[in-house]
Design a protein. Sequence first.
Length: 170
Amino acid sequence: SNDFLVELISVGLGQREVLETRQKSIDGVAVKAREGKFLGGVAPLGYSIINGDYVVNPSEAIIVKKIFRMYAAGCGYSEIISSLESFTGRYGKPFNKNSLSSILRNERYIGTYSWNRRKVRVFRKWAGGTPNPNAVIIKDSIPRIIDDETWNAVQERIHNNKRNASHKAK
């Protein structure tokens, strides 16, 4: 992994150079992110990557729309999962609560590209999930699949469910 290399180098170099180098590579990624370019990993369900650009994958986009529509209409995860039985996610894995939850929170579906939104690990030490001032958030940089109205209804429901869950816990 890259972390190991960075730590190895940091023993030889001063910490400052390492952090500067790291910042340069982060800046490079930020530029790519601003252009709405794909940064590696796996494209979200509903998109294909063609020449480094996000392109809507129509057969998957239908599934994404269905998940959002059902959730916005008040359906629960298990109901949505059973209605998707004929479909599987990427790699043929069936959908589960976690995969649905990450789909329903993914801003790429409304065309917003966000990268580096939370500060996470710095040299293996947990830096906490604090909002990152260097986050890259670019609206309309990716073709959207979900309209604002549906997105807002879904986010509101997720938010209310969280509130209700914390009241139950008390």
